[in-house]
Design a protein around this ligand. Structure first.
Ligand SMILES: [Zn+2]
Length: 564
């Protein structure tokens, strides 16, 4: 079946409820562990069926928001989802309380039970009010940012549209665009600070109600972290400080020389080359054709997978009227095939869709044999390994996408990934401070942000921008408001992706074998255990970061960036 032939079904929640109740009764009444295991698989099938229906509704709706039937289906889905979650929650409780638990753990692995226990720790009906309030506040933040109307150069732009002026070769344009953005944040500082302060107090209150000292352990539980603690993360940040910050400083100095600016300010750091950024050569059909060639040459398994995605119309890449913005990858558990959504815009971001998102999709497809959805879906830091590593596996084919801009693309890709690590840990350290000191207030939060920022990214200079100088620039990082403690996951995955890159240099066949194995394992193990199984180094272990970064240096040295 092709995507457009998938039947759109609005889940019948009453029928689902009945079926679920019957299965739950069968679970409780099962006379042996083996019988209970069979019911677990039946429940997994039902969960997959419903997820499949809900996923298709959201896919159709994002493909064309103007169709009334899709809008209605989406509204129904929004109502059904929490009801279904409630049923699933009851199953989780029954599962961990099973009288056959130790036998089930032997058959199914103990990670499933740990995972469920953690998610149950993070939720209790007594915090439903706070959770609803939290949703309201994060939507308020998103709405405030989305509604920005910034007059610039005779036009009016929202914040993401302003982005294109930030890497313009003309310095005056970059400065003026940055001033316009800072001006908007200045006008909305009080409003955003209040939203955040409310969020912090709300989260603290939830944590206290659930029996935690503060929000930090609850935040970790919400992220599903079973195998590392805030202390591990702290020593990881220290490793980044020692091993990555010096290299990052060097790379920024080289960049300043390349673009011919002696004392760069923060708005100069987004311009990589005085001659402009690399752009892909060709339209969507050309790029998809190149991607098909690339994957066929990379390996027969991924070649066949990409072909299947194209044949079954599982790539919706071009912008068109009515289509929602942004991009994502999702998975249809019943049809065992992923779907990739994006809005091509002629920048190198289009190639990232064809590498990064296809990495996510290939993992989804490779894990399709896993029967339990809890084991199929990787945790956040695991999921980004598949996508970020695929960006590197695709390197040898970049000339076909970028032509003479190939080296520019590769160099900028690697350098921005390295420079991302110090920024990523800045966001993380800040959040630990915030939730450890929930009453600190806006001024103290800003002062702390600036202090941490100076430590990890000393090259960010804000002369002439008093709002940023005092430390309010964190307000533009949506994860800080919307997804507490998530940000560090990107950096952890990046460190593993770097290991794949350096292993490819030494032995590409082994790197690919380990990558495919990782994709097949899905989310069957916690992060550090998963790494062990594919023989990749644990980023938390002392020395991993410096060894990984050292191996990147010869790769950087291959590029003659002064000539780019
Ligand atoms: Zn991703």
């Amino acid at each position: 079946m092709k995507l457009e032939q998938f039947p759109l079904i609005i889940p019948n929640i009453d029928a689902i409820k009945q079926e679920f109740e019957t299965l739950l009764q069968a679970f409780e009444a099962a006379p042996t562990a083996a019988d209970q295991k069979n019911v677990i698989y039946d429940i997994a099938k039902l969960v997959d069926e419903v997820t499949n229906q809900l996923t298709l509704i959201s896919v159709r709706y994002t493909q064309d928001t103007r169709v009334e039937a899709y809008e209605k289906a989406q509204e129904a889905s929004d109502e059904i989802t929490p009801l279904f979650q409630e049923l699933y929650n009851r199953y989780q409780k029954a599962l961990i309380a099973s009288k056959f638990r130790s036998e089930l753990e032997k058959m199914l692995g103990s990670f499933l039970f740990k995972k469920i226990e953690l998610s149950l720790q993070a939720f209790d009906p007594k915090i439903i009010g706070e959770l609803q309030q939290e949703n309201k506040l994060t939507s308020q933040y998103a709405k405030a940012l989305a509604s920005a109307q910034i007059p610039f150069k005779g036009g009016v732009y929202n914040l993401s549209q302003m982005g294109k002026f930030l890497d313009e070769a003309d310095r005056y344009t970059r400065k003026k665009a940055s001033q316009a953005i800072a001006g908007w944040f200045g006008e909305h500082e009080e409003e955003l600070a209040k939203i955040y302060d409310d969020l912090v107090h709300l989260r603290h209150q939830m944590a206290r109600k659930l029996g935690f000292d503060n929000f930090i352990p609850l935040g970790y539980a919400r992220m599903g972290r079973t195998d590392y603690s805030p202390l591990d993360v702290k020593s990881y940040r220290d490793q980044v400080y020692k091993a990555v910050v010096p290299l990052s400083k060097k790379l920024v100095r080289r960049q300043a020389e390349r673009i011919g600016i002696k004392k760069p300010l923060f708005y100069d750091l987004s311009l990589n080359f005085a001659t402009g950024n690399p752009t892909p050569k060709g339209d969507k059909d050309y790029l998809v054709g190149v991607a098909a060639e690339m994957y066929a040459e990379m390996s027969p398994d991924i070649g066949a997978f990409f072909k299947l995605m194209v044949e079954r119309h599982m790539l919706d890449l071009e912008s068109r009227p009515g289509k929602q913005g942004g991009g994502y990858m999702t998975y249809f558990p019943k049809y065992k095939i992923p779907f990739v959504f994006s809005n091509f815009n002629g920048t190198s971001g289009d190639i990232d869709v064809l590498t990064h998102e296809i990495g996510h999709a290939f993992q989804g497809y490779s894990s399709r044999h896993i029967k339990l959805p809890e084991y199929r879906d990787p945790t956040m830091e695991e999921a980004e390994i598949h996508s970020m590593s695929m960006e590197f596996f695709a390197w040898p084919w970049m000339e076909r996408f970028f032509d003479e801009d190939k080296d520019k693309y590769l160099y900028a890709h690697l350098v921005s990934a390295i420079n991302f690590l110090p920024y990523g840990v800045t966001v993380d350290e800040f959040q630990h401070f915030v939730y450890e000191n929930p009453d600190s207030g806006h001024a103290a939060r800003c002062a702390k942000w600036r202090e941490i920022e100076k430590k990890y990214t000393p090259y960010k200079k804000y002369a002439g921008f008093p709002l940023y100088e005092k430390g309010a620039r964190w307000m533009r990082q949506s994860h800080i408001f919307e997804a507490p403690f998530y940000y560090i996951d990107y950096t952890l995955a990046q460190v593993v992706a770097f290991q794949f890159l350096t292993l490819m240099e030494e032995d590409r066949a082994t790197a690919w074998k380990r990558y495919v194995k990782l994709c097949k394992l899905g989310g069957s193990y916690p992060f550090t255990e998963l790494l062990k199984r594919v023989k990749m180094k644990n980023p938390f272990k002392k020395g991993t970061i410096s060894r990984t970064v050292k191996k990147l240096e010869p790769i950087i040295a291959r590029f003659d960036d002064a000539k780019m």
